[in-house]
Design a binder for this molecule. Structure first.
Ligand code: RUB
Length: 306
């Protein structure tokens, strides 16, 4: 369990971050852990796998890619431990391969929406959103990007470095400059931590403010999301939990200590209603948010529900 615990800690502390990377890391960690359980009987094996799955899932509550990846990896129908391990290894290998391929497909499908000369605004650091931007650039489109800082963890710095190294002209703005800057933007492209059955997007705090500013300025917003980022549990009426992170990410604890009447809130994600979203780009196509139910049913399976 030591290696799995190390991955769980890296996800919790955000050394591994972004919904897609979290999912792939968790699936691989569970696969590698399963391989260490050969000496157990099947009941002990299943119990250990369930505990390990819970350890991984409990690290961060919002990105549904994490429980989806863990559920898709751990399911097996064997009564013999060796066969169960084989099934888990093959589930994980398939999940990771599909996740990698999905990024390329999303890039190609999403790039169709980007035109020569476009200015694209993006938020936080999303591998899926960046895949679209890089693909459009690779197609020879003369594009540029406005990237938000994404306080408090400043994932925007990861984005600007990545785009810079790819040769894409990029402008960094602070989060509060989104509305002022929107008039220079042609299209907003963001990633997803979760998409609920009603087509709402849960993504990095501030995403909904990009969406509102885009709608006010009559700009389109597209979401780049692999199908494993749709949330089956929202079919049961459950809300996606918004992660609250520590105040030390926002303010120096020593300063906060001098301010007994001040408390700090640090919600890590927010919810953008479906009506602000023009398209969701998945690896199976560009879909309106109203198709979320179909994605959950056809690509995740209702058996994912508890
Ligand atoms: C990251 C974030 C990203 C999504 C999608 O939040 O909100 O937009 O996870 O990313 P955090 P990707 O930094 O808190 O994990 O497309 O890479 O899966």
């Amino acid at each position: 369990m030591d290696d799995l615990q190390i991955i769980a800690d890296k996800i919790r502390t955000m050394e591994i971050r972004g919904a897609g990377r979290i999912a792939v890391a968790a699936s691989a960690a569970l696969r590698d852990y399963a391989k260490t359980l050969r000496s157990l009987n099947i009941e002990e094996f299943n119990r250990n796998i369930d505990e390990a799955a819970k350890t991984l899932v409990d690290t961060r509550p919002t990105a549904v890619s994490l429980p989806n990846a863990v559920a898709l990896t751990k399911r097996h129908s064997s009564t013999n431990v060796y066969d169960a391990i084989d099934e888990i290894v093959s589930n994980s290998d398939e999940f990771i391969k599909n996740a990698e391929e999905a990024l390329g497909k999303i890039g190609r499908i999403g790039a169709e929406r980007i035109h020569d000369g476009d200015v694209i605004m993006t938020h936080c650091n999303s591998h899926a959103a960046i895949s679209i931007i890089k693909t459009a650039f690779d197609q020879g489109k003369n594009i540029s990007v406005i990237a938000t800082e994404s306080r408090p963890r400043r994932q925007g710095f990861i984005t600007i470095r990545e785009l810079n190294d790819y040769g894409i002209p990029t402008t960094l703005i602070v989060d509060s400059a989104v509305r002022l800057t929107m008039k220079e933007v042609d299209l907003v492209v963001v990633g997803a931590d979760s998409i609920s059955v009603n087509g709402a997007l849960i993504n990095k705090i501030g995403t909904s403010q990009l969406a509102m500013a885009a709608q006010e300025a009559r700009r389109n917003l597209i979401v780049a999301a692999e199908t494993y980022k749709f949330s089956p549990r929202t079919l049961l009426g459950e809300m996606v939990e918004i992660e609250d992170r520590g105040s030390e990410e926002v303010i120096d604890p020593e300063i906060l200590e001098e301010l007994p009447n001040v408390k700090v809130r640090n919600p890590a994600f927010d919810v953008t209603p479906a009506e602000y979203i023009d398209l969701i780009i998945t690896e199976v196509g560009a879909l309106p948010p109203a198709m979320a139910y179909t994605i959950i049913k056809d690509h995740l399976g209702l058996e994912m529900l508890p």
